[in-house]
Design a protein around this ligand. Structure first.
Ligand code: NAD
Length: 533
């Protein structure tokens, strides 16, 4: 385990309770269930003052002297620091992957399945500790962190099974000539994650990569590397050394070293649209395959026939899960004029249920934003919204939580009377800020929904099956939810269109992204063809 491998000059402590949520595998299953604090005593998780890189199955000192400090957005204290891996560190991680690749890709899919299933079990056995670290590093409610651990384990189990169904294709060209395709892993793949779901992103992105037989160099987001480093160490108890390597650091130093490394065959990046553009430029010289999961400015459309109680609940989940720091955040609410006032009343009546508080407490539904910089960015958008004439319906301020004066708590914020040209209706805010736009003309509403540069997700609230189908077909987005929101089942393809990127995650087809087709043509005729002479 990481903790016993690392130098622990100074151990830090913090409080929390032990959590168990039975067999729930994701947030949908958690809904309506009580998360029991199984032990009343306060839980303590040790965090080393310094982490190192995780390369070739061991905790390895970085060759760089530069470090990144990691903070707890709940207390404001520094939790630890991690190296900013440089080119040499990235190269060491890649070489470790190259060395492990022959063995790992040579295993049968059945053997890989067995090992990956063990990793899933191992992570579930550590649910409290992992969830605690995730909450300490991100400020998200413990309830969501626990759900994220089970979702992550479910992704591993899904791909453990899916890799066994990765089949080829045979084309009988003539009676003698047979062509067949089979899928082979790429080699070492580079994966770069965002900070909003650090553990889910790490596991969800590496699961198809390693299941398909690749080795991985993973870079977590700058501010949130804790669970990635800890889980990589847990995985190492089960997987061969070098299959999963972790390099911490910044985008311009560590990320770009990955983009330009000649032995990395593919990069899969989750991040902002701006980062996606840099990534595409960065891989040009080494011709890597790329998949990009980028930002969104997602709409939730409410039709006049919708079940408004259901829509109000779903809109809240869509807009405020993880304090709105979700790429699919359904932050643009398009409500039909006839039901607008009723819906607004229902949403406002539900706001108190988003109980803000200490994220380690079981009853908390809204925690903190991830960092001071991000808090300032979200606050700026709120000011812009006010200046541009949107009407603040609720929230809009920093929230006070007793005993946590440094916590980066932001009230759930709703803007009314928003028009499509306003900045808050066009740019991704990535915080607990949603806008309400009323509509009466269906065609105009669809133009406004699609009138942003991104196209990740959308929600439709209606009781009309035909309206749901028709509208789902027309919206430019990769994921459409009908009468639900923010559900992410394993096996359902997830990804964006337009400036939200390309490539699909979470689905069987994701195995195709992490493999390439090798074609073999065999001539089995006794006599050979004479092309010359
Ligand atoms: P970000 O773009 O700032 O960083 C994402 C990752 O890219 C980080 O690890 C960062 O270090 C790295 N990076 C930055 N510049 C780089 C460069 N030049 N070369 C290589 N790597 C570089 O994003 P963030 O602030 O961490 O996350 C928020 C963004 O991520 C939002 O826009 C959100 O919508 C998006 N996101 C998308 C999805 C999705 O599945 N579509 C999921 C979660 C988050």
């Amino acid at each position: 385990m990481y903790l016993s491998d690392c130098p622990r000059e100074n151990i830090r402590w913090a409080g929390g309770r032990r959590f168990r949520n039975g067999n729930a595998t994701n947030l949908d299953e958690l809904e309506g269930k009580t998360m029991n604090a199984v032990e009343d005593k306060v839980m303590r998780v040790e965090i080393p003052k310094k982490y190192e890189l995780f390369i070739d199955g061991e905790c390895r000192q970085s060759k760089s002297k530069e470090r990144l400090d990691c903070f707890c957005p709940i207390s404001g204290e520094q939790l630890t620091s991690v190296p900013i891996a440089n080119k040499d560190d990235v190269d060491a991680a890649v070489q470790s992957g190259v060395k492990a690749f022959a063995k790992w890709s040579g295993l049968t899919a059945k053997k890989r399945q067995q090992l990956i299933l063990k990793v899933a079990d191992r992570i579930c056995n550590e649910v409290d500790r992992i969830a605690w670290l995730e909450t300490a590093n991100t400020g998200k409610p413990m309830r969501e962190s626990v759900a994220n651990v089970y979702t992550a384990a479910d992704r591993l189990r899904y791909y453990a099974g899916a890799c066994r169904a990765l089949e080829g294709r045979v084309l009988p060209v003539t009676s003698d000539i047979t062509s067949y395709d089979h899928r082979v892993p790429l080699g070492v793949v580079g994966i770069i994650g965002a900070w909003n779901f650090p553990l889910n992103m790490f596991i969800g992105k590496i699961a198809p990569a390693i299941a398909a037989g690749n080795c991985v160099v993973y870079k977590p987001a700058d501010a949130t590397p804790l669970t990635t480093l800890e889980i990589a160490a847990l995985m190492n108890e089960i997987l061969p050394a070098g299959v999963v390597n972790v390099v911490t650091g910044t985008g311009p130093v560590t990320g770009e070293a990955m983009l330009s490394h000649p032995a990395i065959r593919m990069v899969s990046v989750t991040g902002s649209t701006e980062t996606g553009r840099k990534v595409m430029r960065g891989v040009a010289s080494t011709m890597k395959r790329v998949t990009l999961e980028l930002g969104g400015k997602n709409a939730q459309i409410v039709f006049p026939d919708a079940d408004l109680d259901r829509a109000a609940q779903g809109i809240l989940l869509g807009a405020f899960l993880n304090q709105g720091q979700v790429c699919t955040s359904g932050s643009r609410i398009f409500v039909h004029r006839d039901v607008a006032q009723t819906l607004k009343d229902k949403i406002i009546a539900l706001i108190p249920q988003l109980q803000m508080g200490d994220p380690f407490k079981e009853e908390t539904r809204m925690g903190t934003l991830v960092s001071k910089e991000h808090f300032a960015r979200v606050s700026d958008y709120i000011e812009i919204g006010k200046k541009q004439g949107a009407r603040l319906l609720c929230g809009g301020r920093r929230a006070e939580v007793a005993g946590l004066p440094n916590g980066l708590f932001m009230e759930a914020t709703l803007f009314d009377q928003v028009t499509p040209e306003m900045t808050i209706a066009r740019e991704e805010i990535f915080g607990p800020v949603a806008t309400i736009q009323e509509w009466s003309d269906y065609e105009q509403m669809l133009r406004d929904v699609d009138g942003v540069e991104q196209g990740l997700a959308a929600g439709i609230w209606t009781t009309s099956l035909s309206m749901a189908h028709t509208t789902a077909k027309r919206i430019q987005a990769g994921r459409i939810w009908v009468n639900c929101y923010n559900l992410f089942p394993s096996g359902a393809s997830f990804g964006g269109v337009k400036a939200s990127g390309f490539g699909r995650e979470d689905a069987f087809e994701t195995l195709f992204e992490f493999t390439e087709v090798k074609n073999v043509i065999i001539d089995s005729a006794d006599s050979y063809r004479r092309f010359y002479g």
